[in-house]
Ligand binder design. Structure first.
Ligand SMILES: NC(=O)c1ccc[n+]([C@@H]2O[C@H](COP(=O)([O-])OP(=O)(O)OC[C@H]3O[C@@H](n4cnc5c(N)ncnc54)[C@H](OP(=O)(O)O)[C@@H]3O)[C@@H](O)[C@H]2O)c1
Length: 325
């Protein structure tokens, strides 16, 4: 029997149990995949803790991976048994050896990219793609601020933004992470545990502020993000690693210069198949060309999912973590 992580109640990392599960048959529009590598993402923590609710209980976390198709359900024309595929976001239940996922989540495994790299970059790289190209379109000459620049999404996005011709200001939680961010596209790094982010951004932009802040940290960075924006600037608040934002006073947006705020999700973009295919092609090109390098900075067995979540939540990781079944 294949193994999978199952969660019976929301809680800390210890609620994840590795169990034998029945080999499931794919339903209409689904494929079964023997996974070679499993991507780890902060969203898996939100679901495991109950910050986001699973539609059913028990459930298997995980939205990213790469592997080989072992069965196809009714109506699936684009994949056959033996195809190698990669997936992120609209996939579910990926903390498993052989999950059944929606075929609409998968794309053919890109030529010349190995399974661990593919599993490390689908959800995070597609997120970087829609944020940099579809949420605020970064142009040569822009100066942007990206929080948690040494993280999974951050390392990919900062390299990509630099390649697009932007000056990239990143934030990081330690000097080691700051150095990594500098090696991966950041022109300037602010140590946001000790430095005043908005003050430093004003210094670096001759008082102007930036047209866009990409903020996946959430509660802890909100005010610094708003105060770093130029008039009519956009806060793309795409995550809440430090805790969710609630009760944002819209009057603040007026007072700070007619600001815009969006709370975008990859799901909105990647659930449209043509957008997913275009974004995946753009991501694969960026990686194949060498403009974006995928940092698989930790490879752990699926049986260590509990420790993997502790490390990610505890700010111990950089770049991408993958698990292997
Ligand atoms: N909306 C979307 O479509 C979408 C898609 C993918 C990811 N996301 C979001 O993007 C963010 C990054 O995701 P990721 O998987 O790549 O994670 P990650 O950036 O690798 O890890 C999170 C990082 O956030 C920083 N952080 C700051 N305060 C924190 C706190 N109190 N607790 C934990 N971490 C804290 C840490 O970096 P430092 O040590 O440098 O502070 C930590 O390493 C998450 O908020 C995630 O939910 C959103």
């Amino acid at each position: 029997m294949p193994k999978a992580i199952r969660v019976y109640e929301y809680g800390g990392p210890e609620v994840m149990k590795l169990e034998d599960v029945a080999l499931a048959e794919p339903g209409a529009g689904q494929i079964r995949v023997r996974q070679e590598a499993i991507g780890v993402n902060f969203i898996d923590i939100y679901f495991r803790s109950g910050a986001y609710k699973s539609p059913h209980m028990p459930f298997t976390p995980g939205k990213e991976g790469a592997g080989t198709v072992t069965a196809v359900g009714e109506g699936v024309a684009q994949f056959k048994v033996g195809d190698r595929v990669a997936y992120g976001s609209v996939a579910d239940g990926c903390y498993a050896e052989e999950p059944v996922i929606a075929a609409s989540a998968a794309v053919p495994m890109p030529e010349g990219i190995d399974a661990q790299t593919a599993a490390a970059m689908m959800l995070k790289g597609l997120t970087a793609e829609y944020l940099l190209h579809r949420t605020y379109k970064v142009k040569p000459g822009d100066t942007i601020l990206w929080h948690a620049a040494a993280g999974g999404v951050g390392l990919i996005a900062c390299q990509w933004a630099k390649h697009l011709g932007a000056t990239v200001i990143g934030t990081a939680g330690s000097e080691e992470k700051a150095e990594l961010a500098r090696q991966n596209g950041c022109d300037h790094v602010i140590l946001y545990r000790t430095e005043d982010v908005a003050k430093r951004v004003r210094e670096l932009t001759n008082g102007k502020g930036v047209p866009v802040v990409y903020d996946g940290v959430g509660q802890a960075t909100l005010m610094g993000s708003l105060d770093s924006l130029a008039p009519t600037g956009l806060l793309a608040s795409f995550g809440s690693a430090s805790g969710p934002i609630s009760g944002l006073d819209l009057g603040l947006l007026a007072a700070k210069g007619s600001l815009f705020v969006t709370r975008p999700t990859l799901m909105t973009f990647s659930s449209q198949r043509p957008v997913l295919e275009e974004a995946a092609a753009s991501l694969f090109n960026a990686v194949r060309s060498g403009a974006v390098k995928i940092a698989v900075n930790a490879v752990r067995p699926l049986s260590e999912a509990v420790e993997v979540h502790r490390d990610l939540a505890g700010r111990e990781t950089t770049g991408s973590t993958v698990m292997v079944p």
